[in-house]
Ligand binder design. Structure first.
Ligand SMILES: [Zn+2]
Ligand SMILES: [Zn+2]
Length: 257
């Protein structure tokens, strides 16, 4: 965009930013700093912290010792090398994720990157960031990929490269909600590919796969599998929020007794 309108916008925007008090991105309450949740929303969020499963970071009700894994990871080792989620998917996480997805709020990507950063390894030298891709039909209709926004922000903050072209969605997948585990896996089969021209770069790479919401894990699992089949050294999933089912926690409780 160029011309008088662009000039006007660039002159007016900083003034507006200055004049408007920062608001909680979840509920709209006035807060005392940008990118801050109000106290009520902050306290309502279930942030993930140890003790947790050594492999997928599902929080444990009690400390089961270093290296302990959750029932799911023990039953079927995941294709990825860990899930780093900031908090459990709930009412507030849902509002934030939807605003990022449909509201085109770049500031929210910054908030998401800040939350995710708390769980990232300190030393990420040589890592590459790859966002979960949208199929290009969805990209066209929506105009942007929310995982890409978060990935770019993390890349900027940590000085890491973002390679969105390392994985492509080659077939659109229907919503996976309501499908059983094997039906989901079937839908995801052949959904992703590593393009021939980046295969040499992918070989041996340590990858941080960035998603906004981690639900069943079917999507990131399929991507991790595809990247590793192409020779990636490791694929760690980082996401803003993760759906935790009651029975995930229930099974932890059962094992405690
Ligand atoms: Zn709030
Ligand atoms: Zn686990």
């Amino acid at each position: 965009m160029a011309g008088p309108l662009a000039l006007l916008t660039s002159l007016v925007q900083p003034a507006l930013d200055y004049a408007l008090p920062p608001r909680c991105p979840a509920c709209g309450e006035i807060v005392d700093g940008d990118r801050r949740l109000c106290l009520a929303c902050w306290s309502a969020i279930d942030f993930f912290s140890p003790p947790w499963c050594a492999s997928c970071h599902l929080p444990f009700a009690f400390d089961r010792g270093a290296g302990a894994q959750c029932a799911q990871c023990l039953a079927a080792p995941p294709d990825h090398d860990g899930v780093l989620a900031a908090f459990a998917y709930g009412e507030i996480a849902r509002t934030l994720a939807l605003r990022l997805k449909y509201g085109r709020r770049i500031g929210l990507a910054r908030l998401a990157a800040d939350h995710i950063a708390r769980n990232l390894p300190d030393d990420m030298d040589g890592w590459t960031i790859v966002p979960v891709p949208l199929h290009r039909w969805r990209l066209w209709s929506r105009g942007f990929n929310q995982s890409m926004l978060i990935a770019r922000q993390i890349g900027h903050d940590r000085g890491l490269r973002v390679n969105a072209d390392w994985i492509t969605r080659v077939k659109p997948t229907p919503p996976l909600r309501g499908l059983g585990k094997s039906a989901r896996a079937k839908q995801m089969r052949g959904a992703f590919a590593v393009p021939a021209d980046v295969r040499a770069a992918v070989r041996g790479a340590r990858i941080l796969l960035v998603d906004d919401v981690y639900a069943s894990g079917a999507t990131s699992g399929a991507i991790a599998r595809t990247l590793k089949r192409a020779g990636a050294h490791s694929v760690v999933v980082a996401c803003w929020s993760r759906v935790v089912h009651d029975d995930d926690r229930e099974s932890e409780r059962d094992q405690a007794h």
